[in-house]
Design a protein around this ligand. Structure first.
Ligand code: 13P
Length: 253
């Protein structure tokens, strides 16, 4: 049985004051969510503030993740943040290969695979994002794109490494657009991902959590997460409001 996971990707939003109130707000409803794991991924600079609120409130049942990391351990890499720094700041997860990193910052499949390995070596659980653009979907390339992105990680890290990871299917056309994938559209791709992994290792495929991301909201979360191969959500916009994030957490529950 896979435990549902609801992860909030705050992207480049917030400040110390909003972090304080958002984390406090999530804590106030967290105890109603008994079956799902809850994860927040603030911008780097707000991670310490989020961690300190959680510690002050004794809320060990909310995990913290980062949105990216550098592949190097330390040294002359101006502006970068390493896995050990994230661990030290209280992170247990890190998002890898978000489509915004791929498209805006030019991260390749090989870069993402390297980050996946570095995250795991540093004791972090990677949340590896895959997904097709609208043009790719319209060209019937959804499966080939997702397969290519997934295989890059499997080829670099080995299929067994997926056991200690989370996969997030985020169709690029659904991110921040309000154009949520239908439960059936999402389920088709989730099943494709799981079957592809099952072809290499059935146990890993059965255990790995595959999240859906892309305009997930409280009112569509239940129908999405209710699908057989959808194990939770990676939430952007709706994770910036405690009530809507908790609404999704409760749907996953
Ligand atoms: P939205 O929920 O804002 O569509 O963002 C999804 C996403 O990119 C999460 O990583």
């Amino acid at each position: 049985m896979r435990q549902p996971l609801v992860a909030g990707n705050w992207k480049m939003n917030g400040d110390n004051a909003s972090t304080e109130s958002l984390v406090n707000g999530i804590i106030s409803g967290r105890d109603d969510v008994t079956n799902a794991e809850v994860l927040i991924c603030p911008p780097y600079i707000l991670i310490p503030r989020a961690a300190s609120v959680l510690e002050r409130r004794g809320a060990a049942n909310i995990a913290i993740g980062a949105q990216d990391l550098d592949i190097n351990a330390n040294g002359a890499y101006t502006g970068q943040i390493s896995a050990s720094m994230l661990k030290d700041a209280g992170c247990s997860y890190v998002i890898i290969g978000h489509s915004e990193r791929r498209s805006i910052y030019g991260e390749s499949d090989a870069d993402v695979a390297e980050k996946f390995k570095v995250a795991q070596a540093g004791g972090l659980i990677p949340v590896v994002c895959v997904g097709e653009t609208l043009a790719e979907r319209e060209a019937n390339e959804t499966e080939s794109v997702v397969a290519r992105q997934l295989d890059a990680v499997i080829d670099a890290a080995g299929v067994e490494a997926l056991a200690d990871s989370v996969i997030a299917y985020e169709p690029v056309w659904a991110i921040g657009t309000g154009m949520t994938a239908t439960p059936e559209q999402a389920q088709d791709v989730h099943a494709f991902i799981r079957n592809r992994i099952a072809g290499l290792n059935a146990d890993v495929a059965a255990g790995v959590r595959i999240l859906y991301g892309g305009s997930m909201k409280p009112d569509n979360a239940e129908s999405l997460i209710g699908m057989a191969d959808i194990d939770g959500g990676l939430i952007g916009g709706a994770s910036l409001d405690a009530e809507s994030f908790l609404g999704i957490c409760k749907a996953a529950n």
